[in-house]
Design a protein around this ligand. Sequence first.
Ligand code: GDP
Length: 423
Amino acid sequence: MNTAIVGINWGDEGKGRMVDLISEDFDVVVRYQGGGNAGHTVINEFGKFALHLLPSGIFRKGVVSVIGNGVAADPESLLNEIRYVRDKGVSVTPDNLKISARASLLLPWHKALDCLEEQRLADKKYGSTKQGIAPFYSDKYQKKTVLAGELFDEKAFFEHLESIMEWKNLTLEKVYGAAPTTLDSLREWYDTYCVPLMPFIGDLDDFYDDCKELGKNIMFEAQLGSLRDIDYGIHPYTTSSSTIAAYAPIGAGCPHMKLDEIIGVVKAYSTCVGEGPFVSEWFGEEADKLREAGGEYGAKTGRPRRVGSFDVVATRYGVKVQGATAVALTKMDVLSYMDKIPVCTKYIVNGSRTEKFPFPSLLNSAKPYTEYLPGWGVDISGVRKFEDLPKAAQDYVLYIEKQIGCYIKYVSVGPERDSIIIR
Ligand code: GDP
């Protein structure tokens, strides 16, 4: 069984907790795109974790976690994260963590360039997490990165790296007026962060062949969501990689494999980190209340997330581009304080109502059309069966299911592993 767990909205939908829950049934969990800009929160017997690069399967005994070729492999972040989970008693060895030799390395200048460009853009900035993701992917597609597998031939690695450094220093110095990168600093970076990672790096081809032959279950874990996809998201407020399920086998390193199941994760309300259109956004006191109730602060940056009503229009679109076969609706418990629950069911674009997600440039002027559903007014975090939910909560789930056109298989009522209703 090959299953992808993907985000349906702007990211932060609770994918990490869903992967942590479902990974019990899987042998392999793969991250296939994105990089250290993700912030998957997982709470389990080891404690509470914000994972950025490591697959959320890392906590499960017997599960192999893989970082695929589509990921921005940042040696510094990876090594720090391995140490962070090891410190809490989690075992991380070359047997349960594999990094593709074909993954490009995120290089020291990528983070610097990300910060410099956001500074230059000033009030027009994209709201980058400054992890170097956009400079990394643009360099990857210019073929100006080095592959993880190149680390094994130190001499050739440094020759390649030096030639890229000379090119990159032109941008640092002449475009941004910043200090150039030195070869000494690259050597230090190599010794400190790359060398300790080498035991984890290898060719994944045989590994996937074995998985296929032995009928292993593979889970593909995405970062961010449909609306941040480089091709199908809200351009230009997207990330620089493909967040959709169709890319999963490519970014994982097994383009010959097919997905059997695609689980789209979405919150029972909307949140968005960073800039760009967010049609159902709330402001003021109501927004503060929801933000507090949901603890909506970025796992990576700690910055307050923008919050709003569940957005049927964006979610229906998100489900479609992902090709989701089932949905996980998370954070239902957070809505318990509301008397009535606003849901954005349509957009008003150029004076007309529409249920279709508009072309990105039209989103700037789109306004929400809001309908209200009854609240349930009681704590539901202890509920484990759908039929035990208050009628209004059941109706909310069924209403959303109908609107987005996809079966809601999971309803999450708390951040802990077992706070889940499986239908
Ligand atoms: P991801 O990036 O999609 O994995 O999402 P994040 O981890 O950034 O955000 C989800 C946040 O919501 C985390 O703090 C989770 O612990 C928390 N969370 C996930 N599901 C639930 C839920 O059903 N209820 C509550 N109260 N919190 C949840």
